[in-house]
Design a protein around this ligand. Sequence first.
Ligand code: ZN
Length: 426
Amino acid sequence: MKVSKISIFIHFIRHRFSRYFRSNKISISREKIWNKMLLKSPFYRDKIIKKEHFPLMDKKLFMENFDTINTVGVKKEKALDIAFKSEELRDFSPTIHGISVGLSSGTSGNRGIFLTSKSEKAIWVGAILDRVIGFSIKRRKIALFLRANNNLYEAVQSKLLSFTFFDLKTSVDKNIDSLINLKATILVGQPSVLMEIAKAYKKLKAKVTFKKVISVAEVLEDDQKEFLESVFKCQIDQMYQCTEGFLGYTCRKGKLHLNEDWLKIEKKYIDSKKTRFHPVITDYLRSSQPIVRYELNDILHEGLPCECGSKSTVIKKIEGRSDDVFRFQQNGEEILIYPDFFRRAIISSSDQIVNYCVTLTHEKRISLYLDTLSTKSSRIFESVTSEITKMLLSFGVTDIDIIPNDLEQNQMSKFKRVRNEYSKTI
Ligand SMILES: [Zn+2]
């Protein structure tokens, strides 16, 4: 599916305009087009005729009503068939009636399918150019460390922008010489991979040529951001994107903003203090498969308004996903502990911790991996264990075994420091 440069350029201009002039509201014309589009979806047309409220959507309801939600007449069976074959053959070019089919991450029985038309792709690339890569009349080289090459980047390949794809199947060590020789201006990758690259640059004392580093796919933690800034000496931007949409970007002041010029975001608070919420998104630019009041299970914290001029909501932090929340049963009551409590307990135990991974593996068992600068790792392990036990106790959770564990990490998969592998109940 070839997306034309002209169409990308038009969308780039539109995105730039709406970012400057309507950063936190959907324009009337956009709303009118969207209302008309929604009538093409049998699922929503029915709700509009009956004057019913649009339901809160999640992956399960979305997939159950796949055939009637989409506006392009694609059947779920056919879409699934194409999506699985594409993944198996690593060939993502097949389409149905000119529509591409993508799979969202998740366990095999719980994966979502997402349809994208050619014009939606042009809209997406235009948005990435406006908010993430930025415009410059200088020639720029972009190094992409991604799980799969996205041929959409090639659509914007030009004299001003060139993209080099580094496959994550090959280790960072093997790619590092080519990366240094490339003298790239922009580096894109997930935080765990960016960390490996930064460590290698530091060790080799390699000359840093990046003007911008963009973190994608995983939660970027504060200590990682600090380390990356110290090695790369530039702003570390985040691109907040999932299969359901391109949600947010870092502005010139370093704050993560939501794209509220085309996304309507309802906040579904999940804790009593109203500090954490799930974003419920309605996307005014998706048309082949309307995304209406779709609840994501990312846990977000809202920040203060930004000085950059954009009025769109600032996200102080992406804490993780609701699947990562630890759930304990204590005296017949369920107690939820959010990932940040573990992060704080671990980081406050010692300043020698470089990386860690804490996993709930059983009802009463947590495994803990620590990578430390110090040789006294067993003492640090004890102090972290005691800090976690204290934190658990403050929630009324007792009798939890914390056992040391090695880290088995595949570069191709997402890295999470706080993981719940036991109680997937949400
Ligand atoms: Zn800002």
